[in-house]
Ligand binder design. Structure first.
Ligand SMILES: [Zn+2]
Ligand SMILES: [Zn+2]
Length: 339
């Protein structure tokens, strides 16, 4: 009974907690931005804008229905495993004591800094580090085959809705949860150590002001069919919804582009920036040969595990045959002994 209550609370929190991406106010503001985009930029009527935004073909597609199911299942899985994940408090405490062992550092060495300065620094540092770590891990998820087999669950979506953000394999959920704990712990321990007794953020509704701004300015439109574009100069700094939609494009020329979460400058620095393009119907998803029956729950949950298993076996066999080759060349041992 307690588990069921916890599960239902966890789900409703996603929509009523300002720290969560799909907090209802953020969703409503995204809808408002979409209306502005269609009415003032695309010169469409209110009715046709409404039909475009709430397109039944998108929200009730087989892909979107899988997103909703994955959301409900992942909530359960994460609720059960989160007590076993390492907490940011444990990492922060370890780091804090580690800093004491570094000779050129001393506790509270900048404790005389004006509060407005260190609170500003902490707010910027936490947001930037968090965003950069998302970029780096996302990039690895595309570059390393073993991580791609997990991340392609997200890319197997063929329509995008704000709920697609939850379409991830639980292993990706675990990786990102550890990432979040580590980055939070690093920023807290560094600032706590250097600036003294308290660390504080500039927040709105308890959320880092930059995260809040990112969310009220339509972060949910990134996973949508509404290709809102920014000016070219701004797309060097902030990822526009259309840029993330390109990241989901099936076209070869869009592969491995726009890994950024909120900031586009990382893609710009690492050479993976792609400006948005004007499109009517962008084809979203991955090639058919990448995943079988991409919307069935078994291929979304079990498929990646089978691939990882095959990948490890393949690597093991490759290493084994290399050793056999090496040993037989040196004449130290014959093939039979190794087998
Ligand atoms: Zn990706
Ligand atoms: Zn995405």
């Amino acid at each position: 009974m307690e588990l069921i209550t916890e599960y239902i609370t966890g789900i409703s929190n996603q929509f009523f907690d300002p720290k969560k991406r799909v907090f209802l106010i953020y969703i409503l503001l995204s809808i408002l931005i979409a209306f502005f985009w269609f009415v003032f930029y695309k010169k469409k009527s209110l009715l046709s804008s409404f039909k475009k935004i709430f397109d039944k073909k998108v929200f009730f597609s087989t892909s979107s229905k899988s997103d909703y199911k994955v959301f409900l299942i992942n909530q359960m899985i994460m609720m059960l495993i989160s007590p076993f994940l390492i907490t940011q408090l444990a990492i922060a405490t370890t780091l804090y004591f580690y800093f004491h062992t570094i000779n050129w550092l001393s506790v509270g060495m900048y404790s005389n800094t004006l509060p407005i300065v260190f609170i500003s620094l902490f707010t910027i540092f936490q947001f930037t580090l968090d965003d950069f770590s998302k970029f780096i891990i996302h990039r690895f998820m595309h570059k390393w085959p073993i991580l791609w087999s997990i991340h392609k669950v997200h890319h197997s979506a063929t329509t995008l809705t704000p709920m697609t953000v939850f379409r991830t394999h639980p292993l990706e959920g675990i990786i990102f949860s550890i990432r979040s704990s580590v980055t939070q712990a690093v920023s807290i321990s560094v600032f706590f150590f250097l600036f003294g007794n308290s660390v504080d953020l500039f927040t709105i509704l308890g959320v880092n002001i930059f995260v809040f701004l990112f969310n009220i300015f339509g972060s949910n439109l990134r996973h949508s069919h509404i290709g809102i574009r920014y000016w070219q100069w701004l797309e060097h700094i902030l990822i526009s919804p259309a840029q993330h939609q390109l990241h989901h494009s099936i076209a070869r020329e869009h592969h491995d582009k726009n890994f950024g979460s909120a900031l586009a400058c990382w893609d710009w620095m690492f050479g993976s920036l792609h400006h948005s393009i004007e499109f009517e119907n962008l084809q979203i998803g991955i090639k058919k040969n990448q995943i079988e029956n991409s919307h069935s729950l078994s291929s979304l949950y079990v498929g990646p595990l089978i691939e990882i298993n095959n990948f490890i076996i393949k690597k093991f066999l490759k290493t084994k045959s290399k050793f056999i080759e090496l040993f037989s060349k040196t004449g130290l041992v014959n093939d039979n002994k190794i087998n």
